[in-house]
Ligand binder design. Sequence first.
Ligand SMILES: Nc1ncnc2c1ncn2[C@@H]1O[C@H](COP(=O)(O)OP(=O)(O)OP(=O)(O)O)[C@@H](O)[C@H]1O
Ligand SMILES: [Mg+2]
Length: 302
Amino acid sequence: MHNKRPIHTTLSTEAMRILERYEKELGTKNVVLERALMGMDKLRFKEKLDAQSISRIIKRVNTGIPLFDRNIEGGVPEGFIVVVTGQPGIGKTTFSLQFLLEGAKNNERCILFSFEEMAEQIIKQSIRFGWDIGEYMERGFLEVFGFSRFSTEEILEIISVFKPKRIAFDSLNIFSDANNFRRSTHWRNILKEIKEKKITCFAVTEKKGDPEKEEFDEFDFMADGVILFNKKYENEIDPHPTYYIHVKKMRLTRVNEIPHPFIFTDHGIELIGTICERKTADSSNGPTPVDRQNMDLSIDKQ
Ligand SMILES: Nc1ncnc2c1ncn2[C@@H]1O[C@H](COP(=O)(O)OP(=O)(O)OP(=O)(O)O)[C@@H](O)[C@H]1O
Ligand SMILES: [Mg+2]
């Protein structure tokens, strides 16, 4: 038809579409239009990298736990896949439900794919925390698939029909083998859909073995973020462990790497104490009064 130079590869998909349409109509290559589009693309790129506009570009999604969100610059970046991991009974499902309910409260459609628990049990657990999960389900903002046995195609179909803004998978260990996970075409197809639709996703995974050793698996490397749940005993005779939530990784985000204690309340998970902000380059003039206050605060063990 007409000669195309590799220069096209630097154009965005949108610009390529415009160029191809005009070149088709004209029946020849149009260098002027191509240059103009490239210029526009460059401007777009520059705007994207501008530090001033970065907070506008990275939209943050609230988790439903305000103190936790403060720990990660206001929330999870939209469209992220975040692994929620830890030992059994540590709060992974509760945390994921809380995240979905926060979305439903904001009129976002949310889905929970639970691979091991019945929907009824999940609803009961929510009621115990005083969450009106039924109301959100009735209004069409929350869908819970208990004991899911869906194929990849079915999951993709549900996503395409329901159009969720948030999804939680509980847990990925049931869905896929951790060792072959990243190469699995099933998961890659789902991942592609989630990324393209900018769905924010919590993926629960299980940590086996000694929690002190903090061993990482394929799930952790795949994810944009990793939130580790853990518990520690003060000493050998301490009957009540302290539960901790620990952000091990959150791409595009400055994280406070200190494990933060939390408790289960009648309303779900709540972080206790305050956030000790991590020092940044712009705080080189020494800590502000707020920094000092945060650094001095000790955490009340409840
Ligand atoms: N209403 C409640 N009040 C206080 N704590 C509760 C309440 N309901 C559940 N819990 C605590 O929450 C913990 C279970 O949380 P959750 O089911 O979220 O854990 P999990 O990490 O998903 O567990 P699993 O690995 O078994 O799926 C239990 O240890 C339980 O003691
Ligand atoms: Mg669970």
